[in-house]
Ligand binder design. Sequence first.
Ligand code: HEM
Length: 545
Amino acid sequence: MLNLQSLSAFERPSALSLFKNGALFILSCLVIRFIVVSIYRVWFHPLAKYPGPWTAKISDFHGAYHNVKGQLHVESARAHKKYGSVVRQGPNKLIFDSVTALHEIYYSKDGVQKSYGYETMVPAPGAYNIFTAVDKGIHRFKRKMLNQGFSDQAIRAFEPTMLHHIDLFVRNLVRAPVYNDDNEGWSPPLDMTERCRHLEYDIMGEFGFGQSFQLQTKPDNHFLIDATTATSHKAGVIIQYPRLEYTQYLQLDKLFYRKGMEMREKFLRLMARLVKERLSADKDSQNDLFSFLIDAKDPETGRGFTESELWAESRFLLIAGADTSSTALTAIFFYLTAYPECYATLVSEILSTFSSPDEIESGPKIASCRYLRACIDEALRMSPPISGTLWREVCPGGLEVDGNFLPPGIDIGVNPYAVHHNEDLYPDSYTFKPERWIPSDQNPKEAVERARHAFSVYSFGTRACAGRNMAYMELSDAVAKTIWYTDFRRAEGPLGKVSAGVVGAKDGRQRVKEFQLMEHLTCSHDGPFLQFKGRKGRGQELFKI
Ligand code: HEM
């Protein structure tokens, strides 16, 4: 007899098996889709002819993975050595490492625009800042406005505030030592990453909000560094793999990164308080961005920044100005202590140029310090504070770069770290040689010009760094003052090796005289640990600050 019970059980599958079959079906579809898309990307895509790692050809996961590990810049240099001067670094992405490509891409007026990745950093619809504005009209307006805050006159007016923080920085270096006979007056090892970060964030707090975060004097706001670092780590990954932005809707941060969320809340509360306090003070009470820009107008349209636009720029400048300059300053300390002969030449230049610390400020004396400027540029070349590729999207009509016709919609760029370590452009590129920036009998003017043409630390064209002059002012004043007051050296033992490459390490991390950066939009690093000793008879005035 027919068993009706077993038949109905056979005909009506359980909810669990329905779910399993459904999931299996969806998974199979996804796998088939992945295989089909990968085949298309590897063999039939318009960029199929360009060489590169196969992982990069099939997915942007390649860039995101190396960015999470902080090594995409090193990976880019390695890829150029292996595959040549054009490398496919994503299904839709090409990187180049020639001077012509640098100029053809970043100086191009209509051929490119900032890539979609920048838009993923916009916190709310329409809330662009100068860095995230992809639209050229919006950017032009913001740039015209901000340029007024970065005029020579404005940054010279801000310099005394900057110098006050630099004095605090040097005072804390010479005050740190527990002087005793054993260490001959040398301080205990000090972590320069931390010291330089605190200095630069305090300076940018003054510039952007008219107030110091007091990181150099109190620990209360130290969380600020972790909060901004977490923001740039996340942005760095998403800019490489923009589709990951959709995972934000799942609010995974709330589940897995509760501490980060709390820090962000604290950060926003601090910013809100600073804005409120600045607004309650007289607008001309500080030489800060607010005072320079609140009444500024676009000469063509007569429009100015709204207050909220201005504060958005100030928040952006915190990362753009502080993270970059602090990496640059830390790198300079690293290289000067890795190359004692360069340190000695610089000390002699500074001590023979300035007879008093008050002379260390913008002007003909500091401008005459050619070796100082060469050391700064060489540290920036060796370890660019923005080491990642600045992606540009090819606009309708396409663009020709190094003789390659590139179709619209693809992302292209030149990786600054890779181009700065292209041996054809910078021979002996992993050696710190400030002399390469100074014309001499051994180094003709043409060689210096060639080096300058490929120097892409601030980028080129309309989107190049707006704060470049201010960065040079900070770096020159800080290095010159530190040398005027102190003698410094690398700590001995294991601490002295922090931030250096490690012999035998893989993937380009083996050079002991190279400052190691972890690239995440801006860069993370640790160390170097240095010891300081005040120069005899100098520094009494610092203790009165
Ligand atoms: C050594 C220090 C610095 C380095 C290496 C650096 C590097 C850069 C780079 C590479 C860009 C282009 C970014 C892109 O195309 O996506 C940029 C943009 C920018 N930087 Fe800097 N920067 C430094 C310091 C500063 C400082 C101190 C400030 C301001 C106080 C600043 C303000 C800006 C602004 C406003 C932009 C956006 C420019 C635009 O899109 O029009 N930077 N910077």
